[in-house]
Design a protein around this ligand. Structure first.
Ligand code: FAD
Length: 572
């Protein structure tokens, strides 16, 4: 009897691309009779993860581009977009589609591991072979952890040492030049199975009209949905995603050999009108660009340039090493990685509002869920920070750019994160990370939480006495304040002398610029001739925060200490 030819479901998730995909190669190496490229909306992301319309637009762009590329290789295939929780969908697909294999790229995010275990167990039960490959990072994050002695990589040198033990970053694999036909896609699952839904299957419910819909989408054709169909308002970001654009952008970056070979991150400007860095992060996040392709293209350019090229950690390859460092840290720590509570690697800081008269160890906090409840004053500062109305023009410009474009420069992220936490407001870093999760188009759990820990000096970095000044730091890059003039139009005409510190402006200068400094920005009626009063005296806050950080460091509690877990560290 002839052997059955493999019938493969290829599950796209964090790898919305055809080039350099070890998992896709493994699927094609099976020489399948049929291969279904699918994506299924996971309600965990649809309902639990906050995301702006701009990030939704970005993933839809990536899906559409991938679907078009698949179709170009085989007119009998495309990306089949399904709307159902993977945990309940796959058992039905396995039998209805008579699949023999399920192949996907490995994902080391905490939730993804749990989900993939459920799906893998279901596959085993159905007699379906599961094949996975890593491809999201330079090295396999789990292997990095093993080579780092089972511990999270908390520094770039640890990552580099562990990487060296594994060996060279693998060379990228070319995109396939053909794809098998997709098989039939019946979804009239038998009633018994179809009714075995649970809460997860709220994913059937359309956000637009709150009605249940076919898992094959509004037109029953497995097409990529539009933002409108999903019930979201239009995206505000000018940045668009997808493998085609990502590869073009990579080509553009590498074509400027001097820029790419001598890239030194600390020398790129957070106040530049055009992004001073590559802006490849959102495509890396959605897997529309392979980090290994990026890495090897950067290595080639460095080799070509020769003497004078930059090296890690400041170089382009260094940036990718940071990314791998955070992924491996998350792979080792698991779900507590994105928070303080239960995380042995994160310092406990009693974030709240230490005012001039306050002791930093007292306060009205209670441990509630993920982060601590702030005092009303700190809560208001947080809301003003989020809305971009702190009264510090450089901070406000960055926060407004973040809200509209969904991307800001790395050093801009440094500025606003330091300001919210240890260098101004003394608000919990998890609150800031939540805002970034909502607004960034490149939101990556491993990188976001890790960088917030870095900036708040709770992990990865500990030099809390080095703070970013919202006045001097911006001015260093942009003396005339053009970046502020763009994002804070209320101050468009203000003399450059005052643009970073309008509280110092004379009445005549304010009159000339047609602006009044008034209110807290939260309650104004959208008048464009009013700019808010600064929330506080920065120098005063800086010394209060420094003293509080010093005290917290000397106490030295971490997220898994009993006193933190039971909340006794917060009581007097
Ligand atoms: P480039 O400078 O061109 O770097 C190339 C690539 O290297 C980036 O695309 C990115 O994938 C990676 N990279 C660079 N710096 C870092 C870094 N410090 N950590 C991890 N990866 C890095 N990056 C995210 O991708 N997602 C996030 O959610 C995220 N949140 C952040 C939160 C804070 C508070 C801070 C300070 C940084 C955060 N970063 C995050 C890291 C960094 O700011 C962005 O990766 C970078 O600005 C993206 O722009 P780019 O693609 O032009 O970067």
């Amino acid at each position: 009897m002839a052997a059955i030819k493999p019938r493969v479901i290829y599950w796209f998730r964090t790898d919305l691309r055809l080039h350099d995909s070890p998992a896709l190669k493994a699927a094609l190496d099976l020489e399948p009779e049929v291969l279904w490229p699918i994506f299924t909306w996971d309600p965990h992301y649809v309902y639990q993860v906050k995301a702006s319309p701009s990030r939704w637009q970005y993933i839809l762009d990536c899906q559409q581009d991938l679907s078009d590329s698949i179709r170009k290789l085989n007119s009998k295939s495309k990306l089949f977009v399904i709307r159902e929780a993977p945990q309940t969908l796959f058992p039905k697909l396995f039998s209805a589609w008579k699949a023999t294999h399920l192949v996907f790229e490995r994902d080391t995010d905490a939730y993804a591991r749990e989900r993939d275990k459920v799906v893998t167990d279901a596959a085993k039960k159905a007699g379906v072979e599961v094949i996975t490959r890593y491809g999201r990072t330079l090295w396999d994050s789990d292997e990095i952890v093993v080579k780092n002695g089972g511990k999270p990589t908390m520094s770039i040198t640890q990552l580099q040492a562990a990487g060296q033990k594994i060996g060279e970053v693998p060379k990228p694999i070319p995109a396939p030049d053909h794809l098998p036909d997709a098989g039939e896609v019946p979804i009239n699952f038998d009633q018994d199975q179809a009714s075995k839904t649970d809460d997860l299957n709220a994913s059937y419910r359309s956000k637009a009209d709150n009605t249940y819909r076919s898992i094959a989408g509004p037109k029953d054709d497995f097409a990529v949905e539009t933002l409108e169909e999903l019930g979201f308002p239009a995206a505000t970001t000018p940045h668009r995603g997808g493998e085609t654009l990502a590869l073009q952008q990579l080509d553009k970056v590498m074509a400027d050999v001097k820029y790419a070979a001598t890239f030194r991150k600390p020398e790129t400007s957070p106040a530049s009108m055009e992004p001073a860095t590559t802006l490849l992060s959102p495509n890396l996040h959605f897997g529309a660009l392979s980090p290994r392709l990026f890495y090897w293209r950067a290595m080639q350019v460095v080799e070509k340039y020769g003497k004078g090229a930059s090296v890690p950690p400041e170089s382009l390859t260094g940036q990718l090493l940071f990314r791998d460092m955070y992924f491996a840290a998350q792979a080792a720590i698991g779900s507590p990685y994105i928070q303080t509570l239960n995380n042995p690697y994160v310092r406990f800081i009693p974030w709240h509002l230490p005012s001039k008269h306050d002791d930093a160890d007292t306060g009205t906090m209670a441990i509630s869920g993920k982060y601590h409840v702030d005092s009303p004053q700190a809560d208001k500062w947080f809301r003003r920070w989020k809305a971009g109305v702190t009264g510090f023009p450089f901070v406000d410009a960055l926060m407004r750019q973040l809200r509209i474009e969904g991307w800001i420069h790395h050093l801009g992220r440094h500025m606003v994160a330091c300001f919210l936490t240890r260098g101004g407001c003394y608000v919990h870093w998890e609150r800031g990370a939540d805002v970034f999760e909502e607004l960034l188009i490149d939101h990556e759990p491993a990188s976001n939480a890790g960088n917030w820990q870095w900036l708040s000096c709770t992990a990865f970095f500990s030099q809390y006495y080095r703070c970013y000044s919202p006045v001097a730091f911006g001015r260093k890059w942009d003396k005339n304040g053009d970046f502020i003039r763009k994002w804070v139009p209320e101050l468009k005409h203000l003399d450059a002398k005052y643009i970073y510190e309008p509280w110092k402006a004379t009445q005549a200068a304010l009159d000339d610029a047609g602006v009044q400094i008034e209110g807290d920005g939260l309650s104004d009626d959208g008048r464009d001739d009013i700019y808010p009063v600064a929330m506080f005296d920065f120098q005063e806050r800086k010394s209060i925060c420094l003293a509080a950080m010093k005290r917290a460091f000397s106490i030295g509690l971490h997220g898994n200490d009993e006193a933190v877990k039971n909340g006794s560290c917060l009581r007097k």
